[in-house]
Every structure is written in C-alpha cells, then in structure tokens.
Ligand binder design. Sequence first.
Ligand SMILES: [Zn+2]
Ligand SMILES: [Zn+2]
Length: 127
Amino acid sequence: MTNGPLDIEATNTTERRTAMTRTAALKLILSKLILRTTEEPDTGCWVWLGATTTDGYGEIRDESRSKKYAHRLALIARGLGLDGLVVHHHCRNRACWRPAHLTQLTNSAHSLHHAAERRREKTGETG
Ligand SMILES: [Zn+2]
Ligand SMILES: [Zn+2]
C-alpha cells in the first residue's frame, strides 16, 4: 500500500479543480449568451442573436472552442447532465435557450412527444 491519505487527497483536489474550471468556463459562456440574447415579450423566449445552425438552433463555442448548441450548453452550465438525452423546446423556438422552456427527454420519449403533438395539430385540438 503506497497510497496514503495524502495521495487520495491530492487526487480529489485535482478532480475538484477540473470540475471547478469546467463550471467557471461554462459560466463565462453563459454570460456571453446573456449578452447576445433578446427576450421575446409575448413568449418570454430568450432568443440567441448569435450564430445559428441551418436548422435554426443557437450555436456557440464552448471552452474548447468546439461548436455546441446554445440551449444545451445553457442547461449543462446549470449543472444538468445531458448525456444520452435530447432537449425539447416547449416554446418551439429553436434559438431559445431559456431553461424554463426546455426539458430533457430520452430519444424515444421525445419522438413520442412530437408524434402526439402532430396528432393534436391534425385533429385541431389545442394544448
Ligand atoms: Zn422559449
Ligand atoms: Zn422537441
């Protein structure tokens, strides 16, 4: 046994530092998002005014300079784990990143959700 309590502590500190750096970096990205966002008065959507994907989703570079969806980064910056999950826009505004307008769903739950929405539209029901 060479790993004394001091070694364990060193490892934990490194991990904690990495996690903190990531959080700090994401907070910085969040503040960039806020600076280039306008709130839609009717819907309350926080609409990103920066770059968008061809599908109309807000796009922003993360701390490693790789392009990410703005709405996903906004949730990750709030500490939500999105691995394997898709993010649904309740407001149908793809450039919106307001967390209250977003829900994380599994892929299959998301498909069902959209299929149900399409059915409601066909029959003319609302809600
Ligand atoms: Zn919205
Ligand atoms: Zn959706």
